[in-house]
Design a protein around this ligand. Structure first.
Ligand SMILES: [Mg+2]
Length: 300
C-alpha cells in the first residue's frame, strides 16, 4: 500500500497591514492545503518581531511563508538566517520588488502553487552594519524620502504621495561628500545619493542594474553624482531600466564589500526602512537564505 505523502508544515506570517487582504490569503492557503501543506498562521503580537516568531516556532515547521511586501520580508530576514528555514513569499505588499527580482508571481494563488511545487534555491542578502536587506540600501535622497513618507501618507496618497514628497525633497537636496573604501581603494566623491543593491528591483519600479541578480554573490553599487537636481529627471528612465551606470555622472561598480563614511552622520535606508547610520559597512552574505522561486535562468 502506498504511504500517504507526509504533510509539510508551514509557518504563515502575514503583515496585518498588507494592502491585499484576507481573501487572497484564504485562496492561497486553500491551494497549499490541496497540495499537502498545512499552513499555521501566527500573528505578530504587541512588542513581538517577525524574526522572534520564526525563532520561537522553528521546531514546529519545515518552512516559513511570509505574506506581505518588501518591508515584511526585511523584518523576517534575521529569523530566516538564524534558523535556516526556507522562505515562501505571498506578495501582498504595496512594493513586491524582491518577489519580482527572483521571479515569484504577483498573484498570491500562483505564488502558493510555486511554493507547493518548487524547490527552494539559495539567495544572497545584503548586510549593512548588521542589518539585512533583500533589495537595496541607500544613503541620501531616497533615505530622506523614506523618512518623510509615512505609512499614513503612503496609504492615503499612494504613488502621488511619493511624487509630491520626492519633488519637495529633491528641491532641497544637496550633494554631500562621502569616502568609499572598497577592493583595496579609497575614493572621495560628491554625491546626491548612494545605493547598494543585492537584487535587481527596488522602490516599486526602479532597477539597481539591469543584469543584477540576488544570487550572483555581488553587491551593485551606484552613486548619483549630478550637478543639478533636475539632472535626475533626465536620468529617471535609465534609473528605471537599470542602465544609469552608462552615464558619466553616475559611478557604478560591483563589489562584495564597501565601507561608506560621511562627515555628518547620515541615515541608511534598507528596503524602505531607516535602520542604521554612517559610517556604513556593507557586505554581501552569499546564499544566506533559501527561497521558493522559479529555477535560475527562467525569465522573470
Ligand atoms: Mg547581487
Amino acid at each position: 500500500m502506498k504511504k500517504p505523502k507526509a504533510l509539510k508544515r508551514a509557518l504563515l506570517i502575514v503583515n496585518p497591514r498588507a494592502r491585499r487582504g484576507t481573501g487572497s490569503i484564504a485562496s492561497a492557503v486553500k491551494v497549499l492545503e490541496e497540495r499537502g501543506i498545512a499552513a499555521t498562521e501566527v500573528k505578530v503580537g504587541e512588542g513581538e518581531t517577525i524574526s522572534n516568531l520564526i525563532r520561537a516556532h522553528r521546531a514546529e515547521c519545515d518552512f516559513v511563508i511570509v505574506g506581505g511586501g518588501d518591508g515584511t520580508l526585511n523584518a523576517a530576514a534575521p529569523g530566516l538566517v538564524d534558523t535556516g528555514l526556507p522562505l515562501g513569499v505571498l506578495p501582498l505588499g504595496t512594493a513586491n520588488d524582491f518577489a519580482r527580482t527572483v521571479g515569484i508571481p504577483a498573484d498570491p494563488v500562483k505564488a502558493a502553487e510555486l511554493i507547493a511545487a518548487g524547490e527552494p534555491r539559495p539567495i544572497d542578502l545584503g548586510e549593512v552594519n548588521g542589518h539585512f536587506f533583500f533589495n537595496v540600501a541607500s544613503i541620501g535622497f531616497s533615505a530622506e524620502l523614506a523618512s518623510d513618507l509615512t505609512e499614513h501618507a503612503k496609504k492615503r496618497w499612494g504613488k502621488l504621495g511619493y511624487a509630491i514628497m520626492a519633488a519637495r525633497i529633491l528641491a532641497r537636496s544637496r550633494l554631500f561628500t562621502a569616502h568609499l573604501d572598497h577592493d583595496g581603494t579609497t575614493e572621495r566623491l560628491r554625491t546626491m545619493q548612494i545605493s547598494v543593491g543585492n537584487g535587481r528591483h527596488y522602490g516599486g519600479g526602479m532597477t539597481v542594474e539591469e543584469t543584477a541578480t540576488a544570487d550572483d554573490g555581488k553587491l551593485d553599487f551606484y552613486s548619483l553624482e549630478v550637478d543639478h537636481w533636475w539632472r535626475l529627471l533626465a536620468l529617471l528612465p535609465s534609473l528605471r531600466k537599470g542602465t544609469h551606470g552608462r552615464w558619466n555622472d553616475v559611478r557604478a561598480f560591483q563589489t562584495t564589500e564597501v565601507t561608506i563614511r560621511t562627515s555628518r552622520r547620515r541615515a541608511v535606508n534598507t528596503d524602505g526602512e531607516l535602520s542604521t547610520y554612517t559610517p556604513a559597512h556593507f557586505r554581501i552574505r552569499p546564499k544566506a537564505i533559501s527561497v521558493f522561486a522559479p529555477p535560475k535562468g527562467q525569465p522573470t
